[in-house]
Design a protein around this ligand. Structure first.
Ligand code: HEM
Length: 160
């Protein structure tokens, strides 16, 4: 029988703390990127909106509002932004390292359930970014939907 008293499972976006958390996370992160020897050359020409767009993209993937796809871009456009950037595993690893360091500094939830899902998405997304960055074009539907990431095997946060 269905248990109607079960609390609703929050999205990863809600559990992380909402949009202000994502905007601050990527703002601090790109400050670090621009001060980093390995990543600065890759990002030195990024637009002033870049950090906000990436924050909104990731927030949307994790269950947040559709700010990115409804007014800033699309999954297809995001893929296009990485084409021919010739990213390496060294770039990707430093990107991951700085983002996770920032997440710790801003005290994003550090429960195993949230962090394993968050890390899984970042691993997936950054590896695809590297793959696409070594292509000149991709044969994808321009209307392809945004990816959606959820809690995975744990199914939700540990609520005690
Ligand atoms: C989960 C992983 C990632 C996501 C969600 C993501 C998302 C995005 C988005 C949304 C844009 C477009 C921003 C805009 O509209 O201004 C973008 C552009 C870009 N991304 Fe990523 N990205 C990821 C990983 C990476 C990695 C690992 C690198 C390199 C180490 C990278 C390098 C770039 C570059 C160079 C641009 C173009 C910047 C410019 O406009 O000059 N991305 N990314």
């Amino acid at each position: 029988m269905e248990n109607n008293n079960k609390p609703a499972v929050p999205s990863l976006f809600e559990w992380a703390g909402g949009m202000a958390v994502f905007e601050k996370l990527f703002d601090r992160f790109y400050d670090k990127v621009l001060a980093d020897d390995i990543l600065e050359p890759v990002f030195k020409h990024m637009s002033p909106q870049h950090r906000l767009h990436v924050a909104h993209f990731v927030a949307e993937v994790l269950g947040g509002p559709k700010l990115y796809s409804e007014s800033e871009g699309s999954h297809f456009q995001m893929i296009q932004k990485h084409l021919a950037k010739h990213l390496t595993q060294q770039h990707r690893k430093r990107w991951m390292e700085l983002l996770l360091e920032t997440a710790d500094q801003l005290q994003l939830p550090d429960d195993p359930e949230f962090r394993s899902a968050f890390l899984a998405y970042l691993e997936w997304g950054t590896r695809i970014a590297v793959l696409n960055s070594n292509l000149d074009n991709v044969d994808e539907d321009p209307d392809m939907p945004m990816p959606k990431w959820d809690w995975g095997v744990p199914g939700g946060p540990y609520l005690g």
